[in-house]
Design a protein. Structure first.
Length: 879
């Protein structure tokens, strides 16, 4: 076996700049039946001196190998890993990482444009510049910069990065993320730095229900930066932001994250960010301003980048306007070719809705935005020739762009969508022979991509902020479909920042102060539990539990304070259950499941999870305390909300029954009658679902846990309202907010169905007791009615694969258990007779490299199971 090329990562990133202590991960090439026996990680300085070594460690572990020595700020390190396989063969890999300021003092000052005095006047973007001359040959040059709300930075007229919306949205009074860039190759003898600042969420002036314009951190856009230069002769120099910088207005005359951007090309200043530019009367010294208040941390996650270009696929004209259809709902901006005469004002509106006449409409998605425009750009032309442009400090959720103004002789090639999202690597693959299921999976992926914009935004159009429940409901699939560990870890920091000492978290995070006193019960705040728990399950790294243990403990304490006799009853409830009518405010009368049922279910899971974390972290007293509390909550639920004689949960609906199973509130022997009751409830709805987002998670998981995948597929594929298939038939290519198609049309909160696909159709799950997929649960739904399924997940040990074909006569099953892992395979009991030989002897062509037999034994459910060491397996059976 050998280490895969370019797979050595530091803090899950390639050659990063970091402030936190490093950990190392790598991937292996070779047969899954092979084994890494020993690893050794060594960290050195550039001169070769050893800073830390793990020594030779006998282990198959190859992720989250933590460095046990502290690093120093503003330093460069080399890392080297060597492995030895079971045959004594060695393989090695090298990488590097740098450290940032690590909390050290900045000699730079926060500055803004001279003309920015009041935050409500900061509609135009400030332009800042500084000339400087180098005194020798440069050995190294690193730029450390933070721009609030967003920034674009150039050196000698060239951008220092290929990113968008570079500064994440946080509670800026608690934490702010700065960035680090290697800019050595961009420097010359004489240089200029240019920075343009956007408002973003830092100076969000929107009049909206979430009180954005009253945010305690809100202020004019500002920035701080230091360019650290090291010369070949050993001398060092720092170019810092301070009031000696020059500032001016420019061509971006308006920008707002929810509103859009206005750009006047006649105000462009050619060469303004190059050395020697003559600053006219519009340029004055920058103004020094107060710091934003939060601790400056280095951003250690994948940035927002261009995911793909999507040219418009069709266009139509009406009322002097042209509607461009991109063919896919998404988040991003457009690269526009704008035609007309000098001075023409061209307006571009974005949305994913059309009215009954096929014209673009922004209602009702714009209903919460009470001032200025909504998802609108305005461009003023500087010439009679076509001009190419895209906005910088906003993004839109859209499938359609409508252009008005200028030359009406527009062309299809004039609009190319730039789809943006955090640059998370794909981790999972799930495809089938069933096109409806494939489309639902693609909808989950597209909506998740659209909403990973430096935070887990609930939607791409209307709000662009993180409703915490939405983030929690999507967290499991996010960690299966994408390499999102760093992204999720940053989200957990936001949650910790938002939590009050008493344990409450607002329903929207970051919060301006809104959302603490309603809409934030145990259901919506479950992201505190799930985000960290699923991170641990995916990685096996206890640091995620240590960092978030106190947050979960206070969360449980807060629910306990709010609960009465073990029953919690103050949450939002089963949001977006099926209803008819307008969706400006979701019809809560449609909720069938009592809030007490869902809240107490989430309360039980939170406390049970806390007890488990306490055990893992060696907190014996806490384990005992919270185990007892979980038992008492379960007892209260069963006493007050469950009728044992009829196996009916209060509310008598699909969500209620699903909650009892999924949240561990039933006894093992009750699975069968409860599932029978759930199937009755589905039948009573003529095969339709009757749940909202809480039921979406509980019901599908309950059906999967109990082997009722066919029933789940019938819910998904029912052709009439409400169902995923009905969405598809109405034209959906992303997940929608409401089953009737109203409200947001790019909303990821129903995306947990994707996790269901992996766990219960493809059949790949991590074991909570042996996380990081060290032990894999394989439960492919070979009899679910889908003829072909391909499912794979890149685990810390390599790619796990579960593929099957079932044409009704022959079953072919192909499995890969990666090196370092082992698996338990579960298959339906009816296959027992199809396996060749007695006493469950193997029916495979060839098993492991050692020829070990696979023996199947019966288990509690109507299943047989077999233990599989790492390797590739092919099973064939006549059925």
């Amino acid at each position: 076996m050998k280490i895969k090329e370019n797979s050595l990562r530091v803090n899950n990133l390639r050659s990063p700049v970091i402030d936190s202590n490093p950990f190392f991960s790598w991937e292996l090439d070779g047969s899954p039946a092979g084994h890494q026996k020993i690893y050794c990680v060594t960290v050195t300085r550039e001169n070769g001196s050893v800073v830390w070594t793990s020594g030779a460690v006998e282990s198959e572990k190859r992720s989250y190998i933590h460095m046990e020595e502290k690093t120093e700020p503003l330093s460069r390190y080399l890392c080297h890993v060597e492995i030895t396989d079971e045959n004594g063969n060695r393989s090695s890999a090298c990488s590097s990482f740098r450290t940032g300021k690590m909390g050290g003092e900045w000699q730079a000052k926060w500055i803004t444009g001279y003309f920015l005095r009041k935050r409500d006047d900061a509609l135009a973007a400030p332009y800042l510049r500084k000339d400087f001359t180098l005194s020798g040959t440069v050995k190294d040059a690193m730029l450390y910069i933070c721009g609030l709300g967003y920034f674009v930075c150039t050196i000698n007229g060239k951008r220092v990065n290929e990113e968008y919306l570079s500064t994440p949205y946080t509670d800026y009074s608690k934490h702010i993320f700065y960035r680090a860039f290697d800019v050595k190759d961009k420097l010359a003898k004489k240089n200029a730095i240019g920075v343009v600042l956007g408002n973003g969420f830092y100076n969000c002036f929107t009049d909206d229900p979430w009180q954005s314009r009253f945010a305690p951190w809100r202020d004019v856009p500002k920035m701080i930066c230091e360019l650290h230069i090291e010369y070949e002769n050993g001398e060092k120099e720092i170019i810092s932001s301070d009031p000696s910088w020059q500032s001016s207005r420019g061509s971006i005359t308006f920008n707002g994250i929810r509103h859009g951007e206005e750009y006047d090309a006649n105000l462009e200043m050619p060469g303004w960010d190059t050395y020697g530019y003559t600053c006219g009367e519009g340029w004055k010294n920058a103004r020094m301003v107060r710091p934003a208040g939060g601790e400056l941390l280095l951003m250690e996650m994948e940035p927002i980048t261009l995911r793909m270009r999507r040219p418009a696929v069709r266009m139509k004209n009406y009322d002097g306007k042209t509607l461009f259809d991109i063919g896919q709902n998404q988040a991003g901006i457009c690269l526009l070719t704008l035609r007309g005469k000098k001075g023409d004002r061209i307006t571009i509106k974005y949305c994913d809705l059309l009215d009954k006449d096929g014209k673009l409409t922004q209602w009702p998605l714009s209903c919460f935005i009470k001032n200025y425009t909504f998802q609108t750009e305005v461009y003023t032309k500087k010439s009679d020739e076509p001009e190419v442009w895209h906005s910088e400090f906003t993004y839109h959720g859209f499938q359609y762009a409508e252009i008005a103004g200028g030359d009406e002789n527009r062309q299809l090639s004039d609009v190319v969508a730039l789809s943006l999202s955090n640059n998370l690597r794909d981790r999972g693959e799930f495809t089938t022979s069933d096109e409806t299921i494939n489309k639902v999976q693609k909808m989950c992926i597209e909506s998740t991509r659209s909403c990973t914009m430096n935070t887990i935004a609930s939607d791409a159009v209307r709000e662009k902020t993180s409703w915490i429940g939405d983030a929690g409901f999507s967290s499991e699939q996010l960690l299966i479909n994408f390499a999102s560990e760093q992204f999720m870890n940053r989200w957990l920091l936001d949650l910790r920042d938002a939590q009050t000492p008493a344990g409450a978290v607002p329903c929207v995070v970051p919060s301006t102060g809104w959302g603490f006193n309603s809409l934030n019960g145990p259901d919506w705040a479950s992201t505190i539990v799930d985000s960290a728990a699923f991170l641990y399950r995916a990685t096996g790294d206890l640091s995620y539990l240590r960092e978030n243990y106190d947050m979960l403990r206070r969360h449980c304490s807060h629910i306990t304070q709010m609960a009465i006799d073990g029953i919690a009853n103050y949450g939002l409830g089963d949001w977006c259950a099926p209803f008819e009518g307008e969706a400006i405010s979701v019809n809560m009368g449609s909720f069938k499941c009592p809030v007490a049922v869902t809240d107490t279910g989430y309360y039980h899971t939170a406390v049970r999870t806390l007890a488990r974390w306490a055990k893992l972290l060696g907190k014996a007293d806490d384990e005992k305390k919270y185990t007892a509390l979980a038992d008492s909550i379960k007892k209260a639920f069963r006493s007050k909300l469950y009728d044992e004689s009829t196996h009916t949960v209060k509310g008598n609906c699909q969500t209620a029954t699903g909650v009892m199973i999924y949240h561990g509130l039933c006894e093992k022997e009750e699975y069968a009658p409860l599932i029978a009751r759930l199937k009755e409830q589905i039948s009573e709805q003529n095969g339709h679902l009757d749940f909202g987002v809480l039921g979406n998670k509980a019901v599908f998981n309950a059906l999967g846990m109990c082997g009722e995948v066919r029933t789940a597929l019938e819910l998904i594929k029912n052709p009439t309202f409400p169902s995923y298939k009905h969405w598809i038939d109405m034209g959906a290519n992303t997940l929608w907010e409401c089953w009737n198609g109203l409200g947001s049309r790019n909303h990821h909160m129903f995306s947990d169905v994707s996790a269901f696909f992996y766990k219960y159709i493809g059949g790949i799950s991590a074991d909570d007791d042996m996380p990081a997929y060290e032990h894999i649960i394989l439960r492919p739904a070979v009899g679910c009615g889908i003829e072909k399924v391909h499912c794979s997940v890149e685990t810390p040990y390599g790619k796990a694969i579960s593929d099957f074909e079932n044409d009704g006569k022959t079953l072919r099953l192909s499995l890969t258990v990666p090196s370092g892992s082992h698996a338990t395979l579960f298959l339906p009991m009816y296959l027992d007779d199809a396996f060749a030989g007695a006493a469950h002897t193997p029916f495979v062509e060839k098993l492991t490299a050692s020829g070990n037999a696979v023996r199947f034994t019966p288990c509690d459910m109507p299943e047989i199971k077999a233990d599989l060491p790492s390797g590739k397996y092919t099973f064939t059976a006549k059925i």
